[in-house]
Design a protein around this ligand. Structure first.
Ligand SMILES: [Zn+2]
Length: 99
């Protein structure tokens, strides 16, 4: 079956156009994937930062030993500012001024 040269030409042109679009779409898809990965990474980083911050908040430095029950003494924030209190609060009410 002899190919119509005009049809071949049109076909080639169409293929070129579609190929061009395909490359643009391919690059755009790649860029979108990279952007999504970056967004995901930054979100994951943010989440991890928040989690580690929360962990640090829960994991206060033990500043000493409670003389009443041997619990850890931790820095606490009170109405009148920070103070040292027993980690077994409210079981133990031992406090002492900070510093
Ligand atoms: Zn105590």
């Amino acid at each position: 079956m002899p190919a119509d040269p005009e049809l071949v030409k049109a076909g080639n042109q169409a293929a070129k156009i579609i190929g061009g679009y395909a490359i643009v779409a391919y690059i755009a898809a790649g860029v979108i994937v990279i952007i999504l990965l970056l967004i995901r990474q930054s979100i994951e980083g943010l989440v991890q930062k928040v989690i580690s911050k929360m962990k640090n908040k829960n994991k206060k430095n033990i500043l000493g030993k409670c003389p009443v029950d041997g619990g850890g003494l931790v820095e606490r924030d009170g109405k009148f500012g920070p103070f040292i209190g027993c980690s077994n609060y409210p079981k133990c009410h031992y406090t002492k001024p900070l510093g």
